[in-house]
Ligand binder design. Structure first.
Ligand code: ADP
Length: 457
């Protein structure tokens, strides 16, 4: 059975929904094709935080001085200047508009009194959706797509792009869960928004042998690079494929990202088995991950107290993760440092010495050991939380080469007619290392551009 639409979108994460909504609002007949039984992809699993310089919460909190320029510079520098400057600039310039679109058009609720400052950022600039996860943006995007009557084909895996005799991409070949082959014809455009390849170990190894089976992944099962492969088959250029990011603080048993440990952005410290700090806690993800892998046992412990949790509020936001980690004995709540150290067999005298120094540095505002950029927070008061963690593959920065209009380019730099891409499967924005809070800004901004371009706007 064949289906015909103006615009066919492959993948229902943040990029796919944004593209679909914009194209539908431009008057196009749109369909979303999703291989999993549910929508959301990695966007759903993420913390959902979104960088936007000059945002309204910064105003509420009296944070002054942030700008598009600083955000642009942080992002370029964070990715070792490998990102395409013109694309990074588009993301930086549109970040606030994308956030306001989510707030005003999609009705995403963001906290109005709290922001995150992820590693590598000069300011607290990441908006936090209620619930501190991607469930809020994904559910609201889905509601908007439903309101616009955009059909979503679940359990429908795209396998191949089809082209006419002039090379224009005119649709996809897909299969449903009974392996029935279905062709989706796209009169105007196919937009690929299939996400990265963090869950595809073979593909990881093909482009960077470091990230083999030793690494678990934070990613959803569907994150297998399908769109990258399909586009490559019709001549798309790939770039930056070796740049694979680990998330430093993940569950050592499952690889799941630890959102409870977002207390790190408000002063939680990292120590090794010996009880020493070994890295600045607000360093880039790659730097912290490498530092952890250089410690005894290739893991670390994150320590915080209720004073820090009162700022982060992650215990309340991530109660299910908290209970799970306690059950797995990967987290303990202890009244004293001695008790916390004993649980994980950490050298107690060294740990007490470390905490004493942290408390001094918190008072003086001068972290003499690692120059914590936001200033350390006192750990004088118990109870303490101590969580065991290890890095896990989280984001693939490489992928398709797109231009300002999100057209997919071939090896010669020419657009492949009819083919657009946005989101994690593109490779030109985040450079060697994506900063926290940049994925949502990227996927919403370029997803919308893809939808508008395909919509003829
Ligand atoms: P982004 O952050 O770029 O929006 P996500 O990981 O959030 O990416 O979403 C990508 C979505 O694409 C996931 O829901 C995933 O299951 C889906 N997907 C991946 N490959 C295919 C495919 N071959 N056919 C249909 N959907 C796919």
């Amino acid at each position: 059975t064949d289906q015909t639409f103006d615009v066919v979108i492959v993948g229902s994460g943040g990029a796919g929904f944004s593209a679909a909504i914009e194209a539908a609002e431009a008057g196009k007949k749109v369909a979303i094709v999703e291989k999993m039984p549910a929508v959301g992809g990695n966007t759903l699993l993420s913390g959902g935080e979104m960088n936007a310089p000059g945002n309204w919460v910064q105003k509420n909190l009296g944070i002054k001085g942030d700008s598009v320029e600083t955000y642009y510079e942080d992002t370029m520098k964070g990715g070792d200047n490998v990102g395409d400057p013109k694309m990074v600039r588009i993301m930086a310039e549109n970040a606030l508009d994308s956030a306001e679109w989510l707030r005003d058009e999609i009705k995403v609720e963001f906290l109005d009194d709290q922001l995150f400052q992820f590693g590598g950022h000069s300011y607290k600039r990441a908006l936090i959706p209620v619930g501190h996860t991607g469930a809020e943006p994904v559910s609201k995007l889905k509601a908007k797509a439903d309101e616009l009557k955009i059909p979503i084909f679940l359990n429908m895996k795209a396998n191949e792009l089809i082209q006419d005799d002039k090379g224009k991409v005119t649709g996809i070949k897909a299969q449903d869960k009974d392996d029935t082959q279905i062709t989706f014809h796209a009169t105007d455009a196919v937009i690929l928004t299939t996400g990265g390849f963090g869950s595809n170990i073979d593909m990881r190894k093909k482009y960077n042998s470091e990230y083999d089976e030793r690494y678990l992944s934070t990613d959803s099962e569907g994150t297998t690079g399908d769109g990258i492969v399909m586009a490559q088959e019709v001549g798309a250029a790939l770039t930056n494929m070796e740049s694979i990011q680990t998330y430093p603080i993940a569950n050592p048993k499952t690889g799941m990202i630890s959102l409870l440990a977002d207390t790190r952005f408000d002063g939680a410290i990292l120590v090794n088995q010996e009880g020493n700090r070994f890295v600045e806690e607000l360093e880039r993800r790659d730097v912290i991950s490498k530092a952890i892998l250089a410690q005894t046992g290739k893991y670390c412990y994150q320590i915080w107290n209720d004073d820090i949790d009162a700022i982060s509020k992650t215990k309340e936001a991530h109660g299910a993760e908290y209970d799970e980690l306690i059950k797995e004995e990967l987290l303990v709540k202890a009244d004293t440092i001695e008790e916390a150290a004993a649980f994980f067999d950490i050298d107690v005298d060294t740990l007490k010495e470390t905490i004493k120094k942290v408390n001094e540095y918190a008072k003086s505002g001068d972290d003499k050991d690692f120059h914590h950029r936001a200033g350390l927070v006192s750990l004088e008061n118990g109870p303490y939380y101590i969580e065991k963690a290890t890095p896990s593959v989280h984001h693939t920065m490489g992928g398709l080469v797109i231009n300002e209009k999100t057209e997919v380019l071939d090896e010669k730099g020419n657009p492949i007619p009819g083919l657009y891409a946005a989101g994690e499967l593109t490779g030109v924005i985040q450079g060697t290392n994506r900063l926290g809070g940049n994925a949502i800004t990227d996927i919403i901004t370029f997803g919308r551009i893809a939808g508008k371009t395909a919509g003829g706007l």
